[in-house]
Design a binder for this molecule. Structure first.
Ligand SMILES: NC(=O)c1ccc[n+]([C@@H]2O[C@H](COP(=O)([O-])OP(=O)(O)OC[C@H]3O[C@@H](n4cnc5c(N)ncnc54)[C@H](O)[C@@H]3O)[C@@H](O)[C@H]2O)c1
Length: 324
């Protein structure tokens, strides 16, 4: 038995684009809406305060027939040590035999599929013609989320950006500007300035067990789409009190019930639909009024994009074959 080991460099070298990742994530959501996905809620251990190691298994049946597991860590103190917040590995399995096919770096995969989910969400919920975005928390996930917003919002012309650390803001603008011709990046000194007047806002700050939520609805346009990539760390409850969407209804409710997250956020009766419902056409897109979306990041996203990376690596002979 052999597995294909794909390092971070291998995975990044495959050149999978955001457009491709968004297509995979959207397909995954659609299959979920059609009842073809087995995906228990993440379970985890917490080795230090506010840190997590999550296990994220998933099986997508039907025409896709993909299964795998991500073992991923998120450690806020890593930033001060110059280390990435998110690290992990992804294991892809053969659905017929259960054999592991590949083990790959999951940090790049996570960033790619997280951004892709933001883009797919914006595609279904942003106002047509949305021109201004606001981003708060300018690390790894914000970078890919912005690339995906660019794909989802053809009229995007201005992005207001804020990070607690101005040096992060400076790095973000310097890295991202060359990738986004025609889009003005506006560094902001306050979170409020970044989200005010924005048609779509995205927050990507560290998830913590006792969040000091700091973005109230009063700062947002009345018809803004507010996307959370960071659970409930940044948006106050009232932001989510209008039309509310999550990426997976069952997992969101399970997490709300069993953990410390999403206190004061909508319960079952307050969910308009999840991304599966929207992408399968069971729930119509909603493009007016206050809209809030919590994208927890689900194992489905990893399975679809991880499988694409594996197939591309096989085609191109990338990676190292190891004996089990
Ligand atoms: N939903 C998903 O699919 C998904 C996937 C991966 C990571 N995440 C979450 O996304 C968040 C960001 O992850 P990352 O990998 O980009 O981390 P990162 O460390 O690369 O970036 C986080 C950024 O937030 C900034 N920040 C911290 N506190 C802030 C505050 N109060 N206001 C503004 N900025 C602040 C930091 O300076 C840093 O630049 C984390 O909460 C992580 O758990 C979500």
């Amino acid at each position: 038995m052999e597995v294909l080991w794909l390092s971070r460099g291998d995975v990044a070298s495959l050149g999978v684009t955001m457009v491709e990742a968004m297509a995979e994530v959207e397909r995954g959501f659609r299959l979920k809406g059609q009842g073809k996905v087995e995906m228990p809620a993440k379970i985890g251990v917490h080795t230090r305060p506010d840190c997590f190691l999550h296990a994220m298994p998933c099986f997508v049946s039907g025409e896709v027939d993909v299964s795998g597991l991500k073992w991923v860590g998120g450690y806020p103190p890593n930033q001060a040590k110059g280390l990435p917040y998110i690290t992990g590995i992804y294991c892809l399995n053969d659905c017929e035999t259960g054999f592991p096919l590949s083990v790959m770096d999951a940090s790049w995969l996570t960033a790619l599929r997280t951004g892709a989910a933001t883009g797919v969400c914006a595609r279904h919920l942003a106002a047509p013609g949305a021109e201004v975005a606001g981003m708060v928390g300018l690390g790894v996930q914000a970078r890919t989320s912005l690339l995906a917003l660019r794909e989802a919002l053809p009229n995007l012309r201005r992005v207001q950006v804020y990070d607690l650390f101005p040096s992060q803001t400076g790095r973000f603008v310097a890295d991202q500007e060359p990738l986004l011709p025609g889009v003005e990046l506006v560094p902001c000194l306050e979170a409020e300035a970044a989200v005010r007047e924005a048609d779509v806002t995205v927050t990507c700050v560290p998830i913590v067990t006792d969040p000091k939520r700091f973005i109230p609805a009063a700062w947002l346009k009345p018809d803004a789409l507010a996307i959370s990539v960071d659970y409930d760390a940044a948006y106050c409850e009232d932001v989510m009190a209008g039309l509310f969407v999550c990426d997976d209804r069952e997992q969101y409710l399970w997490t709300q019930e069993h953990g410390v997250y999403f206190r004061g956020y909508p319960g079952a009766e307050g969910i308009y639909g999840d991304m599966g419902d929207l992408c399968a056409g069971k729930t119509p897109p909603a493009r007016e009024g206050r809209r809030g979306a919590v994208l927890m990041g689900i194992a489905l996203d990893d399975a679809l994009v991880g499988s694409l990376l594996y197939r591309r690596a096989r085609e191109r002979g990338v990676g190292k074959t190891l004996e089990l």
